[in-house]
Design a protein around this ligand. Structure first.
Ligand code: ASP
Length: 346
């Protein structure tokens, strides 16, 4: 006679092993919601909110990251949602106020640290209203111009800007955006601060369209948006914002660094980080942090980044505590600079 316990023992054993395997494989977090055990992410998509328009550099990073994250949690669905406007503050507010269930995340760049200094009335406090999930990558910027500009070298470009003071415009993605910060720093280093009119967009994707079409003259934007446009000759590039030229990059290596061109100490790289609303359960943030760490080791993600001049972060920068410490330090640095200038967005 069959052992009546055999089937169930075998069954428990089987399920024990399979469940363990499944949990390890899918990195599911089991969380208690209203006293009920639930798995995360389950069948509901995880939305990565990009606080700028679709098709731009932050969006590009988010879409590549969503794909890499999806691979780490089989069966999951990471999607990108664009919530553009006001230098990224609309999207960041949206996530700060979202349900802390791991299904609304924010991918934001240096603006996470810059917007609280520039906007005194924003509805979020980065260090209090978010869980830090780890940093993602570092992206250099490029100074670019419309294809019709007569200059071909940085020197000619600078002379052209000075000679045409008051007649040119510079595009950016809103006050506090990376393109805004870069344009400000560049112009104040050149001491031509009021030489150009600033034109804000909801992101640098539409700004790029305007630049290619010749409706705006100049822009400073991340290489994740500019590399392909430079390569195809749709815009003119004049310099990179990193301290040294990007010697190893097939397209960007042709441009000098602003520092080399005499802008002493100019060194600007845009970092990105991933965030969840404050109060997201620790089991979920751990699942997301584990998936992020693995995603950043995905050779395809690394290759895509490097192709566009960006570098995926390594070491302990994916550690949430390190990420938070870094943003806190950046906030202090940027606030001191903004307060010294006395110019605010609101
Ligand atoms: N590059 C933009 C910025 O200046 C943002 C974007 O469109 O992704 O911050």
């Amino acid at each position: 006679m069959a052992n009546p316990n055999f089937g169930s023992r075998l069954g428990n054993h089987f399920w024990g092993i399979e469940m363990k395997k499944l949990l390890a494989l899918t990195a599911l977090a089991v969380v208690s919601v209203g006293g009920q055990a639930q798995t995360f992410p389950g069948s509901k998509p995880v939305s990565i909110v990009v606080p700028f328009t679709a098709g731009g550099p932050t969006d590009r990073v988010a879409r590549d990251l969503a794909e890499a994250m999806r691979k780490q949690i089989p069966g999951s669905n990471f999607v990108v949602e664009n919530a553009a406007g006001a230098g990224g503050t609309i999207g960041a507010t949206k996530v700060a106020k979202a349900a802390p269930d791991g299904h609304s995340l924010l991918l934001f760049h240096i603006g996470m640290a810059a917007t609280p200094a520039l906007y005194r009335k924003i509805a979020y406090k980065p260090l209090e209203d978010f869980e830090f999930l780890g940093m993602v990558n570092d992206v250099p910027m490029t100074l670019i111009g419309k294809p019709q500009l007569p200059a071909n070298t940085y020197r000619d470009f600078e002379n052209y800007i000075r000679a045409n003071a008051g007649k040119l415009n510079i595009a950016h993605a809103g006050l506090g955006s990376a393109s805004h910060i870069c344009g400000l720093l560049w112009q104040s280093n050149l001491q031509t601060k009021d030489a150009m009119t600033t034109i804000p967009f909801g992101g640098t994707a539409p700004a790029m369209t305007a630049l290619i079409g010749g409706q705006v003259d100049v822009m400073c934007d991340q290489t994740t948006n500019t590399t392909q446009q430079i390569e195809s000759g749709r815009v003119k590039a004049f310099a990179v914002t990193t301290a040294k030229p990007l010697a190893g990059h097939p397209v960007l290596k042709h441009y000098p660094s602003l520092q080399e061109m005499g802008l002493k100490g100019f060194n600007l790289t845009i970092w990105h980080g991933l965030y969840a609303p404050k109060g997201t359960p620790a089991a979920i943030t751990k699942t997301l942090n584990d998936a992020l760490k693995k995603a950043l080791k995905d050779p395809e993600f690394i290759k895509k980044n490097e192709g566009l001049g960006a570098l995926v972060v390594t070491d302990n920068r994916t550690d949430p505590a390190e990420h938070k410490k870094f943003v806190a330090a950046e906030m202090v640095k940027i606030k001191a600079a903004v307060d010294a200038a006395g110019k605010y967005a609101d």
